[in-house]
Each structure stands twice: as structure tokens, then as C-alpha cells.
Write a protein that binds this ligand. Sequence first.
Ligand SMILES: NC(=O)c1ccc[n+]([C@@H]2O[C@H](COP(=O)([O-])OP(=O)(O)OC[C@H]3O[C@@H](n4cnc5c(N)ncnc54)[C@H](O)[C@@H]3O)[C@@H](O)[C@H]2O)c1
Length: 345
Amino acid sequence: MTYRVGIVGTGPRRRTVERGGGFAIARVQADAWKTLKDVELAAACDIRPENLSAFTEDYGVAGYADYAHMLRDGQLDIVSVCTWPGLHSGMVIAAAEAGVRAIHCEKPMCLSLGEADRMIEACEANGVKLTVSHQRRFEPMYLRAKEWVSSGRIGRITDLRGRISGADADLLSWGTHWIDMFGFFLDDRPAKSVLAVTDTESAIIRYGHPVEDRAVVLVDYGDGVTATVEGGEDLPTPEFRIVGEAGVIRIGDVLTGWFMGEGPASIETHVRAEVDFGDSYAAAFRDLVSTIGTDQAPVLDARLARNATEIIMAAYASSNRTQRVVLPLDTDTFPLRERSEFKRK
Ligand SMILES: NC(=O)c1ccc[n+]([C@@H]2O[C@H](COP(=O)([O-])OP(=O)(O)OC[C@H]3O[C@@H](n4cnc5c(N)ncnc54)[C@H](O)[C@@H]3O)[C@@H](O)[C@H]2O)c1
């Protein structure tokens, strides 16, 4: 069987350097879909005619100006949602109700826990597999680090630390990847509580929605395990640390493990080249396709992305309330929208 894939939101032909729109992740996804044997990249839609025509020209697919039209006429089995976050939930729900069998949605999953739940419910009700682009779960550096953790090289994990910086250093655009990695390294155990400060002084709108200038987030996973995210444009280079009772793993430009013990084997360093986006997306898509029509959950299952969404929304709620937020989160809205800075906009 050949699965027909349709893409929602093509992005421009020429990617912008800064993120916050114009990254054209759809083209990364399209290239990845094309590497799968049992898949045909069949259609794309975009409301900007110049983006759509550039994409249909480059990929030889049918083009639609309206996603509802593509869902109706495209005879699609799979839909990739590559638009900005505020559009994800409506598009995912429409695709699920249109009868496709699998949907891949870009990160961040959406802009509230309520939206996340409605997306998951619509997919479950229609027997649709839903995945979200937390593609680090397929990247070799993270897989190697996970092997070290699973084989006991750093002992019991006590502490995880993620730093984000640069052009899109907010919890929704970038932090979602580190928060998903907390789940990955802790075998997706549920978090207990979140305490955070998110500074929104500049009232930044990125990807069409409010984001913070800076954030410090402390997630308590119980049993003495905590995780922190520190974010801000001007912070040093992003990195991720996994601290255990018998060692530390650092994932930065290189993957480094400091292991307790004697001799050179106690320190191991693996230098890695640039992350290949395409390879991790292709692996994620192969995995998603392999679960269609089965009871298997895909690796990038949206229910895991819901965990990240809950932590992010709890961080914003915690900062609004100046209190620790105990999970499950008691609000299904987007707490940043309640800030006076954004109400003025
Ligand atoms: N996984 C990753 O590492 C990664 C990297 C970059 C971006 N992203 C995510 O990908 C998403 C898209 O970001 P981007 O920078 O590629 O966006 P983009 O601005 O390049 O492309 C979005 C496209 O959607 C189109 N669009 C808008 N409304 C539409 C509608 N109603 N119907 C159809 N098309 C519509 C726009 O015209 C545009 O062409 C974001 O959620 C972003 O966070 C993920």
C-alpha cells in the first residue's frame, strides 16, 4: 500500500535565518517523506500563493489554497501540519475528522492543554495516529546518551538541566524540545509540580503568539528528581545535562560523559557533526507509518507531547500566580494571554 501525504503550510522557498516564521520546516518534512518507499508526497496547501506555487513546482504535488479543500479532495492517508502553533489544533482536528489515518504535527503541539486534549480526543475517536515533532528522540546524540543512562553508567538520575538561547529561546518555540527530553530520559514518568518565573517585559509575539523574554523553570518529578530549564536570548550556547549519582552527561556541540571510576574509561567524549534534521524526521515518519492500523503507539506519540504542553502551561501559570503549580494542571487556557503586557497589544 502507498500512503498519500498532504502538507499544510509550505513555508517560503527561501528560509529565513532567524526563526519565528519563515523557517519552512515543511520542506525539511517533504524531503524526509520522500525518502519513504511506501509513501507518496501527493499534495500541499498554503494561503500564500507564492509559497504554494514554489512548493508545487519544486515537489511536483497538487496545490490547494485552502486546507479544507485539500482534505476533501486530496484522497490523503497522512497529513503533516507545518503551520504556526495557533493553527495546529484546528487543522489536526479537521484532518482527523476528514478520515486520514495518521497526522504529524509540528511542535509546539499547541497553545493550551485544552487544545492538546481536543486534538488527542479527535484522533482517538477517529482511529488516527498523531505524532508531534520532538525529533530529538531519533537523534543519535540523545540515543547514545540514553544508552549510557539505561546501562547504568551515571547511576540513578537526580537532576536534568536544559539551557536555551538565541533567536527563539522561549519555552514554546525551543523549550518544548528540552522538556520532551526530560520525559525521554525519565521514561516519561509524569511530573509532580512546576515552579517558574517567566519574564514578559518586552511583550514579544513570536510565531503569532505571546512568548517570554526569559524563563527559569523547575520541574519536580518526585523521588528526589528535579529538572530545570533556563531560557533567554542572550544566555550562553544551548546545552543539556543529565546528572546522575555516578556521573554526568553533557549534550552540547559534543556529547560528553563523565563517569565515576578509574582511568581513561571514566571520561568519554564523542564529537558529533551538525544535527541532520532530515534523518531524524525520516526515522520518525517511518516509525509513524509502521504503527498505522496497529495498536502500537508511535515514538513521538502526541500523548507525550501533551506532557510537555502541560509543563509549559504550568510554568506560565506558576509565574502568573507566583506559586508552585501541582499537576495535573487546573487550567486549559494559555496563561500568557492573561498578562497585562499582552492584553495591551
Ligand atoms: N521541529 C523543529 O525543530 C522545528 C524547527 C523550525 C520550526 N518548527 C515549527 O514549525 C512550525 C512552522 O514554522 P515555520 O517557521 O516553518 O513556518 P513558516 O512561516 O516558514 O511556514 C508556515 C506556512 O504556513 C502558511 N499558512 C498560514 N496560515 C495557513 C493556513 N490557514 N492554511 C495553510 N497554510 C497556512 C504560511 O503562509 C506559511 O507559508 C512552527 O510551529 C515552528 O515552531 C519546528
